[in-house]
Write a protein that binds this ligand. Structure first.
Ligand code: DLL
Length: 425
């Protein structure tokens, strides 16, 4: 077995929980002493650092939402002197109001180590050529993968986003072994390969994909099409970026979250009470080791469940979560039925001949919502086939429109799947 930080990745559950308790006490004291906004929030919740003795005391602390972070833009939760900041990243967020994440040197090191753990866990070894296709810029994807690849000693090919024909040429010219990207970019590469019609990419062995829900069908399409082993990498701007939270291991039995750096809580979406392991809920994250902008009980909006706290076949003791199935704010309610875009994706991909490109259009006709699904498929699939299958799987019948391969628009970066139309005004 290979690990980037063997002692930390395989320490016993007892040690891990002891480390978390110590670090939780320290970080709570730290944010209280170094940031007025945190101090005020703690006071409003009637809690003091001394009240936090064990991990179970975490429920006494106030939660922090994306909205809180937006309102504090650009640096309301900063806990270090501005002169020590070394880098920043930003997420645009669905409303367009940004959230900024600032890093000091210790935070950049922490990010690099978390990312390097993910790489080594996936089988990457020093000297392996890695092509990094998320964009380099304010989005954390490109630079996070870069920092980690430096730490793991990989040979970095920093292509950034787009120009798929050139990406393919570089894979061939430099025998790229590891390919990284947002999930939908894996599909884009497959399409480009098909249109070139001149063979596959045999040097590729490892695919590291994330930033979007990774349905089983999408995963299989990428695995079979690119003939590599796909890994699902998880992270977000607010926790410090890609890879900070973790990834699945070669056992593919859930996402290992780096628990010496983060405390995971899965809470009921309405009551905010912890749900039992195995039950789905909303993920809250506390960062234990970040210095510039630590988050305490950050409400991620992501839906998951705890799969296991047992040591994994890979030797790691860190918790395993189910892959992220969607976001609380993505849930759609049409004609009284709740569903997530990822369920539509899963159902669509079960239809033979359907291609992995689709749009969900929510039509609003004077307050009455209806849904239409546009999907690319080969000539064997009709709108009727799509409608019938979605009805069986989702319990309601959106209108299905079929487009030829390449008939729907593509975006650079994360794919946009849901569109809103207002009609009849
Ligand atoms: O998307 C970080 C990242 C970059 C992860 C590249 C993996 C690869 P944000 O733009 O802040 O950061 O978006 C974070 O994206 O709360 C999830 O809703 C979603 N997300 C990220 N990774 C996954 C994943 C990056 N593996 C938000 N599966 C998160 C499902 C994911 N959703």
């Amino acid at each position: 077995m290979h690990y980037h930080q063997p002692e930390l990745e395989t320490m016993s559950r007892d040690e891990l929980e002891k480390t978390q308790a110590e670090r939780l006490r320290a970080i709570v004291r730290y944010v209280y002493d170094n940031n007025a906004a945190y101090r005020e929030r703690f006071r409003a919740a009637n809690v003091e650092p001394g009240d936090i003795r064990d991990v179970s005391d975490i429920v006494k602390l106030p939660v922090i939402s994306k909205e809180d972070l937006r309102l504090s833009y650009p640096d309301g939760f900063l806990c270090v002197d501005r002169s020590t900041i070394r880098e920043m990243h930003m997420s645009s967020g669905s409303t367009g109001t940004p959230i900024a994440m600032l890093y000091n040197q210790a935070d950049l090191d922490q990010w690099a180590d978390c990312m390097a753990r993910c790489y080594v866990m996936a089988g990457c070894r020093a000297g392996d050529p890695i092509q990094i296709t998320p964009s380099f810029g304010l989005f954390n994807g490109g630079f996070g993968m870069y920092h980690g690849a430096r730490r793991a000693g990989l040979f970095i090919i920093p292509t950034g986003a787009g120009n798929t024909a050139r990406q393919i040429k570089l894979v061939r010219d430099f025998q790229t072994r590891i390919f990284t990207g947002v999930v939908s970019y894996g599909i884009r590469v497959l399409e480009e390969l098909a249109s070139q019609g001149n063979g596959g990419l045999p040097s590729l062995k490892i695919g590291i994909f994330g930033a979007e829900t990774f349905s089983d069908s999408m995963r299989k399409t990428i695995e079979d099409g690119l003939r590599l082993e796909p890994f699902d990498i998880y992270g977000m701007t607010e926790t410090g970026g890609v890879g900070t939270l973790g990834q699945d291991c070669p056992d593919h039995s859930g996402l290992h979250v780096w628990e010496d750096h983060y405390i995971v809580e899965v809470l009921d979406r309405e009551t905010r009470e912890p749900v039992p392991d195995g039950q789905p809920g909303e993920l809250y994250i506390t960062s234990l080791t970040r210095q510039a902008v630590p988050v305490i009980r950050f409400r991620t909006g992501d839906i998951t469940r705890v799969l296991s706290r047992q040591r994994c076949a890979c030797g790691r003791s860190h918790i395993r979560l189910a892959k992220i199935t969607g976001r609380v704010d993505d849930m759609l309610i049409i004609k009284g039925i709740n569903f997530f875009p990822s369920q539509v994706e899963q159902a669509l991909m079960e239809i033979p001949g359907v291609l992995p490109n689709y749009q969900i259009i929510i039509e609003d006709r004077q307050g009455v919502k209806d849904v239409r699904v546009n999907v690319e498929a080969d000539g064997s699939v009709t709108g009727f086939t799509v409608e019938k299958h979605l009805k069986e799987r989702l319990g309601f019948s959106p209108k299905g429109d079929v487009f030829p391969a390449g008939g729907l628009p593509r975006q650079e970066g994360k794919a946009v799947r849901v569109f809103y139309e207002t009609a009849g005004e």
